[in-house]
Ligand binder design. Structure first.
Ligand SMILES: [Zn+2]
Length: 102
């Protein structure tokens, strides 16, 4: 369990200085667009004939893939001065709690 303060002072790219930021936990599925190159290639190979390369092989079982029990955390920071937002990646942790201070 990692506790992250709901407000933190950090650098704002737009303001060009340290400002107070509101922290929000960005949950799942926001990383990338989903239709990455590998997905598009797999979709193309699914139809038609011929050797489908690595896509004709059996998938690796889930038990073999689940070696990590933690996930990277995405934090969405909102500047209290100019209201611009961006995502900051936090190191791996099992669970995250945003703690309100004051
Ligand atoms: Zn700002």
């Amino acid at each position: 369990m990692v506790k992250i303060p709901a407000k933190m002072n950090t650098h704002c790219r737009k303001c060009g200085k340290h400002t107070s930021m509101t922290v929000r936990h960005e949950k799942g599925g926001r990383r990338g667009s989903g239709l990455v190159k590998g997905t598009r290639r797999a979709n193309r190979h699914k139809k038609g004939s011929g050797n489908k390369g690595k896509y004709s092989k059996k998938a690796i079982s889930q038990s073999k893939m689940a070696s990590k029990t933690s996930q990277k955390v995405d934090l969405r920071l909102t500047c209290d001065v100019c209201k611009s937002t961006w995502v900051r990646t936090y190191p791996r942790s099992r669970s995250v709690e945003i703690v309100k201070t004051g």
